[in-house]
Ligand binder design. Structure first.
Ligand SMILES: C[S@@+](CC[C@H](N)C(=O)[O-])C[C@H]1O[C@@H](n2cnc3c(N)ncnc32)[C@H](O)[C@@H]1O
Length: 219
């Protein structure tokens, strides 16, 4: 759902983007029932920080960034970013198919390996047959999307860690180490309203309640 008033209100009181963020209320943007959706406030913070004129979300899922950009267009017209969004659910494999170029900001929110399986399509990153294959796809995505940036542009990648069959996979650390020379910042984002909140765990179990946003600048 779009809501320019909510966006305006948030911009009037937000603090600058820092290395820890928390959005307990995810905001009205995008489909809140889309599994693994993110908060529109993160997109607003990225926009307010970098002021991109062209923004790409190559795996837009429930349309959070699309709706934030639509509200930015309502409020700020020519200062708002031109938006391009794609998803495999609409038949576009963003790692391979044409998705434009010269973006000032690319917000990439891929699946966290098989934590949520999105489609039946074998090109879906959530269907990677192993963690190793997933890491290779993330590397391929990094190379591809950083090549689609305009000079001075930023690639922001959001990912959470995964725990499966008793093993811990620090994907947040993986996305922070893709390119030491281009890494500009790492933001820890607190997570809320996860399905696992309803699960009872033994006292020695440490639940994962954060995601990592790694920000890279263009070559
Ligand atoms: C974590 S979700 C994105 C959620 C989104 N940020 C939101 O707020 O709703 C990841 C998305 O990546 C998509 N996806 C997976 N592999 C893809 C690929 N190769 N090309 C394009 N989209 C892909 C999935 O269909 C899924 O919608």
């Amino acid at each position: 759902m779009q809501n320019p008033r909510a966006l305006e209100l948030y911009l009037s009181k937000r603090s600058r983007l820092a290395s820890v963020v928390a959005y307990p209320d995810r905001g009205p943007w995008g489909d809140a029932s889309y599994r693994g959706n993110c908060s529109g406030y993160l997109l607003i913070d990225l926009w307010a920080t970098y002021r991109p004129l062209r923004l790409l979300d190559p795996m837009e899922g429930g349309g959070t960034s699309r709706e934030v950009c639509a509200d930015l267009q309502t409020l700020y017209a020519e200062d708002a970013p031109e938006y391009a969004g794609f998803d495999l659910r609409d038949g576009v494999d963003s790692l391979v198919d044409p998705i434009g170029s010269d973006y000032d900001l690319i917000f990439w929110h891929p699946p966290y390996h098989s934590m949520i399986v999105y489609t039946e399509d074998e090109r879906d990153l959530s269907r990677c047959p192993s963690v190793r294959a997933f890491a290779e796809c993330v590397r391929a995505g990094y190379e591809r999307f950083s090549g689609l940036l305009a000079p001075g542009g930023r690639l922001a990648i959001l990912m959470g860690d995964m725990r499966k069959h008793g093993r811990y996979y620090p994907f947040g650390s993986m996305i922070s180490r893709l390119d030491d020379h281009r890494l500009e910042g790492v933001v820890i984002k607190q997570q809320f309203n996860m399905r696992s909140n309803d699960t009872r765990y033994p006292p020695t179990f440490v639940p994962i309640v954060h995601e990592t946003l790694a920000i890279y600048r263009a070559v």
